[in-house]
Design a protein around this ligand. Structure first.
Ligand code: SF4
Ligand code: SF4
Length: 290
């Protein structure tokens, strides 16, 4: 049961969002890859545009301009009737490309006012854009928070770029955490449903995640999504030891005492289309990347 802080409309949208509701698997979502840049560097990330069938966050075969995203939306909507959600999940950060994100949403919303819009972000720019996010009618936000301790964050992020300045180490971690937590609070005040993603990294934050879950629960987050690290080739964490499914699910179970957990995340590509687990994005690509 969702709490009263969300409007009836937002609660109904949540019930039809395949990521937020585990019984909404019959509905489809579409990621529009309009956000290539990122303002931080996570040690597990290496964004690239691929022609391969690689499936993980940060991967896309194309970058679309807002107008192209609208055209693609029209095409997809014609073929997939149960399409409910348009999400911006990179391949970089939705808020580090705010003008493209904003324009894409405006165009699609004008064409189809009933779409549910969601964004994924690292949260660095969340406080700055909170009001505009609300005005745009975005109802669901995912923030990835891997640590609330700057010492641990310093091991996960190699740099952060904020207001034309580069931050590193604990200073970077402190700044990012501060923005993420303020951002979450603002989202709650505006009645936006928040999910917090956490990447479980062996030897780094595996024993800290429970603390993060407790903290975000205090801030009114709807659910958390603890995901296993998928170290991208060429990233600093390329050779990092992985957590097992048993370890992952044990942690999720432990955290479920405090907060609703997502167990069905597919760690989708930035251009994923379709129902979860049934990505049909290949059918809608512009014409390969040669
Ligand atoms: Fe990559 Fe996302 Fe981290 Fe940016 S926030 S470096 S896109 S994983
Ligand atoms: Fe949903 Fe997870 Fe895929 Fe995002 S990555 S669209 S949360 S299933």
């Amino acid at each position: 049961m969702m709490e009263e802080k969300w409007t009836t409309e937002v609660r109904e949208k949540t019930e039809k969002h395949p990521c937020y509701c585990d019984t909404a698997h019959k509905y489809a979502r579409m990621h529009i890859p309009v956000a290539p840049k990122c303002n931080i560097q996570c040690n597990y990330c290496n964004r690239k545009y691929d022609c391969l069938n690689e499936s993980r966050p940060g991967v896309t075969s194309e970058i679309l301009k807002p107008e192209e995203a609208l055209e693609k939306y029209k095409m997809v909507k014609e073929k997939i009737e149960n399409l409910m959600v348009v999400g911006i999940a990179g391949p970089g950060d939705a808020l580090a490309n705010f003008q493209e994100t904003k324009r894409s949403i405006e165009l699609i919303k004008e064409y189809d006012p009933n779409v549910t819009f969601c964004l994924s972000t690292n949260g660095l720019m969340l406080p700055e854009y909170a009001e505009e996010i609300y005005q745009l009618g975005i109802t669901h936000i995912t923030v990835t928070i891997n640590a609330i301790d700057p010492k641990i964050a310093a091991k996960i992020y190699s740099k952060i770029c904020y207001e034309d300045k580069i931050y590193t180490g604990e200073e970077a971690g402190k700044l990012l955490i501060e923005k993420q937590l303020i951002g979450l609070k603002l989202m709650q005040e505006k009645g936006i449903v928040c999910k917090v993603n956490m990447v479980m990294i062996k030897g780094i934050n595996e024993n800290h995640i429970e603390k993060v879950v407790k903290k975000v629960r205090e801030l009114g987050v709807y659910m958390s999504n603890i995901m296993p690290l998928i170290p991208a080739a060429g990233s600093k964490f390329e050779d990092m030891k992985l957590v097992s499914n048993g370890e992952l699910n044990a942690l999720r179970k432990k955290c479920s005492i405090d907060l609703k957990q997502m167990y069905h995340c597919r760690q989708c590509r930035a251009d994923a289309i379709g129902m979860l687990g049934e990505d049909v994005s290949l059918d809608f690509r512009k014409g390969g990347c040669g």
